[in-house]
Design a protein around this ligand. Structure first.
Ligand SMILES: [Zn+2]
Length: 749
């Protein structure tokens, strides 16, 4: 079991895990038969092995080699059903709206002229060309399934490296210490690793969200007291309770979840609208219920918090409503009367009688009265709060004064927050730019620029941006200078200047193939990009409609390709499936002809998927895109168009509240696909706002990249840049950058 888990996590890190006990012979130079077979099969799936890995694999048992191959098949989904609705869908079927109308009529009057399909629908003669379909063209239920026919058409193999037990453990440590919030893939990996490795004594966990996962493991092992020591504030405890209750690592208010679920359930056809019932259901889901043992555990944690009651209550204040519900559900008043729970008793007394002051309220009081001295002297006591309100204070009190005060606390602000400031400054100080923000649990929204921006002219605003950038460079340099470093040379890989430092946007989907940072650009090898979506594996046959679509943006207009428009200039869709067959799942494809779109003057293509049925995007949904220098075939017999070796990137949607999701943007001129994730509300692709995608792209561009950060380090620590990895004391290349948790260690604090 452990081996399988570690193999799975290794593939995400572009490697194969080999435990020492899996080797039966000495490492030699002659490849044995089973190794060559494994290599050949891996290549069909788009993988190859580094020399070091190949030697080690050669020394393992045939059973282990088989396990490796099975894992590669699993992550590439070769056992899933990849048959779309239309056979040879690169040639349009010519179906029309009239075909649909005649079929509606024929079925309504109970006509007998035509072909009756297993779903019960009669397809009248002279309408749909039935020999072109794998299922019912009328209701989208598939009946015929084909195998993947074409393997190994890919022109670019993914090279896998060797992963040892030490590598796996080091990765575990990196995740625990990551200084930015883990994305869905990392969370999933960490959860699995926590079942294998023990948590080292005295480790400093990098993020609150990560702490919650560790606490969870400790509680399961009945080590609640040890877990309690990891809580620093009441919010930590609330976060844990919330995580256990909803599965969300961040505290999303109940009303946000309820609103989102009812929006997802809203259907364009009135009769199918389940909004009200979904609203009721999610309200009930948020009801809290705890056992005696759980109540006691939380009471003890709160009782032992290393913090004064008034301070704790101030922290609890913004989530007062939620606390009231939790305190009641956990019967904390009852526990506070027991001996040994005196701290809890005091906490509840201060909380209920509101014997505390709220810091933010006092800051606002002075701010509104233009009292700069009082405002800033208060903000300097809370550097984090100061950082978050820095831009609006610059506009309110003036940049010079605000920044002078801010500099005094610069060393008390975590580096990642400073970098985030720089990242957002470019958009914030642009009066014409709407900002793209994503409230917790919500979809991306565009909010208008701060009204005060109108008081300043363009030059002032540009100067403000530059000042923030200067400030960030100072802050980062200060930290790098503070580090002792006896090295003399540094190697910075060219590719790192294109990889943005992941700070704000965390991906909500899981990447089982070698993972990438959001914002990573994939250069195209060929001129066709094939989108794919597979869903419903493991589920019984039912109506479950998911849609793959794309939106083409032109300078002054836009077009889309989806179930309702199967063929447009440059895009072909494989047909709309609305019901899934039993257990095997089903697939949709879109082929994008990059040359044709370039000739037509298109700029971007956004790749999107939607849940058309009521509810959120289904679990086990995989989306991604393929690319190859060579032509990628489509089976004329079945329409299957999937070849794992051509997959450039794919993600798996595990959970989430998103109704529609953008999972990539093709930049036609640059011939690159940018991997990004953006959720949007709405059942169909027409609801996606093209401007929104551009705002998001701009945000990715404004991010400081990893290469630039390393440059700062080199300057601050007097490291000489060299071009040879063999002579450099410190090597930073693409491979290093893949472990994003490790990259965040650069942020120092
Ligand atoms: Zn049918």
């Amino acid at each position: 079991m452990n081996t399988k888990t570690l193999l799975h996590i290794a593939v995400r890190n572009q490697a194969i895990y080999i435990a020492n006990d899996k080797k039966i012979q000495e490492v030699t130079n002659t490849l044995n038969k089973t190794t060559s077979v494994l290599l050949a099969n891996a290549q069909k799936l788009g993988f190859t092995f580094s020399e070091a890995l190949l030697r080690q694999l050669n020394a393992t048992t045939p059973t282990y080699k088989n396990e490796v191959l099975e894992m590669l098949k699993e992550v590439t989904g070769t056992k899933k059903n990849w048959t779309p609705l239309v056979k040879g869908w690169d040639v349009p079927t010519g179906e029309t709206v009239l075909d649909h109308l005649i079929t509606v009529f024929a079925n309504a009057i109970g006509s007998k002229k035509g072909t009756t399909l297993p779903c019960g629908h009669l397809i009248p003669e002279g309408t749909f060309p039935l020999d072109r379909y794998n299922g019912c063209p009328f209701c989208g239920t598939p009946f015929e399934f084909g195998e993947i026919e074409n393997y190994g058409q890919g022109s670019k193999l993914k090279v896998l490296e060797l992963w040892t037990n030490e590598d796996a453990h080091a990765y575990f440590m990196d995740l625990l210490q990551s200084k930015t919030a883990l994305d869905a893939t990392q969370v999933d990996s960490l959860k699995q690793l926590l079942t294998i490795y023990t948590i080292p004594e005295g480790i400093k966990i990098g993020m609150k969200e990560t702490t919650m996962l560790v606490v969870d493991t400790l509680v399961e092992k009945e080590e609640a007291a040890t877990a309690g020591k990891l809580f620093k504030t009441p919010t930590d405890i609330l976060r844990y309770l919330w995580y256990k209750h909803t599965g969300f690592l961040q505290i999303i208010e109940p009303k946000t979840i309820a609103k989102r679920q009812s929006k997802n359930a809203a259907h364009i056809h009135r009769i199918l609208d389940k909004s009200a019932s979904a609203k009721l259901k999610s309200k009930a889901d948020l009801k809290l219920k705890y056992s005696r043992q759980e109540c006691r555990r939380v009471a003890q944690w709160l009782n032992e918090l290393p913090m004064k009651a008034a301070q704790a209550c101030e922290i609890m204040h913004p989530k007062r409503g939620m606390w009231v519900r939790f305190i009641r559900a956990l019967r904390l008043a009852e526990y506070s009367k027991k001996k040994g729970f005196e701290n809890l008793a005091e906490l509840l007394d201060v909380f209920y009688n509101e014997k505390y002051t709220v810091f933010q309220g006092r800051v606002n009081y002075y701010r509104l009265r233009q009292d700069a001295n009082k405002t800033f002297s208060m903000l300097k006591k809370r550097p984090g709060l100061f950082a978050r309100s820095l831009f609006s204070n610059m506009l309110w009190f003036g940049a010079e004064e605000t920044l002078a005060h801010f500099r005094e606390v610069l060393d008390k602000i975590p580096a990642r927050l400073v970098l985030t400031l720089n990242m957002y400054a470019q958009n914030y100080f642009n009066p014409n730019m709407q900002r793209s923000v994503k409230p917790l649990g919500g979809t991306n929204k565009r909010i208008p620029a701060n009204g005060l921006l109108k008081l300043y002219n363009a030059e002032d605003l540009k100067a403000m941006q530059e000042k923030i950038e200067q400030l960030c460079i100072e802050a980062i340099q200060l930290r790098f200078e503070g580090q002792e470093n006896n090295n003399e040379t540094i190697y910075i890989g060219e590719g790192l200047y294109k990889i943005p430092l992941s700070i704000g946007d965390r991906s909500e989907s899981v990447q089982d193939l070698p993972s990438a940072l959001m914002g990573t650009r994939f250069p195209l090898e060929g001129s066709t990009v094939r989108l794919f979506m597979q869903w419903g594996q493991g589920l019984p046959a039912q109506h479950l409609d998911m849609d793959l679509s794309c939106r083409v943006a032109y300078p002054n207009k836009s077009n889309f390709c989806s179930f309702s428009k199967l063929n447009i200039i440059g895009c072909k869709h494989s047909g709309d499936i609305r019901s899934i067959p039993n257990k095997v799942g089903t697939a949709e494809y879109i082929d994008i002809d990059v040359d044709a779109l370039a000739r037509d003057g298109a700029k971007y293509v956004s790749f999107t998927c939607n849940a058309y049925s009521n509810g959120s995007i289904t679990p086990n949904l995989v989306v991604g895109w393929m690319d190859s220098k060579f032509p990628m075939k489509i089976s004329a017999k079945t329409g299957v168009a999937y070849d794992p070796s051509c997959v450039q990137h794919q993600v798996r949607i595990t959970q989430g509240l998103a109704k529609g999701l953008v999972f990539g943007v093709l930049d036609i001129e640059a011939r690159e696909v940018v991997w990004l994730e953006m959720s949007f509300v709405g059942q169909v692709v027409q609801n996606l706002d093209v401007k929104g995608v551009e705002v998001l792209l701009a945000k990715l561009d404004s991010k400081m990249n990893i290469g630039h950060l390393l440059e700062l380090k080199a300057t601050a620590q007097h490291l000489k840049k060299v071009d040879d990895t063999n002579v450099a004391d410190e090597v930073y290349d693409r491979k290093w950058a893949m472990n994003t948790a490790k990259v965040t260690q650069l942020l120092v604090d």
